[in-house]
Design a protein around this ligand. Structure first.
Ligand SMILES: C[S@@+](CC[C@H](N)C(=O)[O-])C[C@H]1O[C@@H](n2cnc3c(N)ncnc32)[C@H](O)[C@@H]1O
Length: 315
């Protein structure tokens, strides 16, 4: 397995087990596994790309569907922590994982001298491994630095972004990407703290502000910081921009009848996928409505509850 450092300039070589016996065990449970395997492999692909490798859960299921000893399973992830979950002893030589954004899929194919992929999977958002890591700032129930970057070696942490953006820009981002109605009050408090030379630096700093500004939700099951953290994560990682650019370019990366499977977790992302498939005549949409996890899956893996899967193939 190769992990290629973003942006694919320096190469590092690791080996990985596809059974996740790595140095650090993954705690992530792959979402809609049966549906992913069905839609990714129904047309007997030989080259599959998992653009959001994470804990390798989907990849390890998909690689089993390649013809014995043949084909390619290519993973990409922006998070360097993925390399901590590698097993240096055993690996399936058909698996190669690159460190970098899924926007770089053509570079990964080029590095392996493969012209096109037969199937691409994007399971966007956060993994449970990232949520469990207090140093990343993804979980508002664990205090730590307010970072929120998928790749902590690239770009600015969320605390820096909040330290230099104008109040209006902060409010607009929280409203637009978090659909948070109290965005103006939250932005005002962030900037007031900054003026008092006590800027927001940690998860708890921001959680406290959200608690003061956001009234409890009617059914009390949404944490007051949920929407604000989602918005900042989307902003610091340019998540929607990357997704839009990728969906537009993906038909060029796929072989005839190649498939794109996208799992998203909130309405902004799902809308982008729906519109990208609908507005590009190169796609033949295979799922008229988004597929949802079964009740049983949601019971076993509550994090799957907001997943929506859409599938298209090259027309
Ligand atoms: C929901 S997890 C994927 C879990 C994976 N399917 C599994 O079964 O273990 C999402 C992953 O996507 C990664 N990610 C987010 N944006 C990315 C991007 N633009 N390019 C590559 N990976 C990205 C995150 O770092 C995270 O590891």
């Amino acid at each position: 397995m190769i992990i290629w450092k973003s942006p694919f300039t320096a190469a590092k070589v690791f080996r990985v087990s596809t059974e996740s016996q790595g140095v650090v065990e993954t705690v992530h449970v792959p979402v809609m596994p049966d549906e992913v395997v069905h839609w990714m492999t129904e047309h007997a692909p030989r080259v599959m790309v998992d653009g959001t490798y994470g804990g390798g859960g989907h990849s390890s299921l998909l690689i089993k569907k390649l013809p014995p000893g043949e084909g390619f399973m290519i993973g990409l992830d922006r998070d360097p922590a993925v390399s901590e979950r590698v097993d240096t002893e055993s690996h399936d030589p058909r698996l190669t994982v690159f460190l970098g954004s899924y926007e770089r899929i053509p570079k990964a194919l080029e590095a392996l001298e493969i012209p096109k992929a037969d199937a691409i999977l994007l399971d966007v958002g956060l993994s449970s491994d990232q949520l469990a890591d207090a140093n990343r700032g993804f979980s508002f129930t664990v205090d730590g630095p307010l970072d929120l970057r998928f790749d902590p070696e690239f770009g600015d942490p969320a605390s820096d972004w909040l330290a230099w953006k104008k109040e209006d820009e902060i409010a607009n981002a929280i409203y637009q990407y978090g659909e948070e109605r109290c965005s103006r009050r939250i932005a005002k408090e962030i900037v007031t703290r900054r003026r008092k030379e006590n800027p927001v630096k940690t998860v708890n700093d921001l959680v406290e502000i959200c608690r003061r500004c956001v009234p409890p939700s009617k059914n009390h099951n949404i944490h007051p910081a949920t929407r604000t953290f989602q918005a900042l994560r989307i902003v610091v990682n340019d998540e929607l921009g990357i997704m839009e650019r990728t969906l537009k370019a993906a038909p060029e990366w796929l072989a005839p009848a190649g498939r794109l499977v996208v799992i998203s977790f909130h309405s902004l992302e799902d809308r982008i996928v729906k519109n990208a498939f609908r507005d590009d005549e190169r796609w033949n949409i295979l799922t008229k409505k988004p597929l949802r996890p079964t009740d049983d899956e949601v019971r076993m893996n509550p994090r799957s509850r907001s997943a929506k899967m859409r599938v298209a193939e090259l027309a």
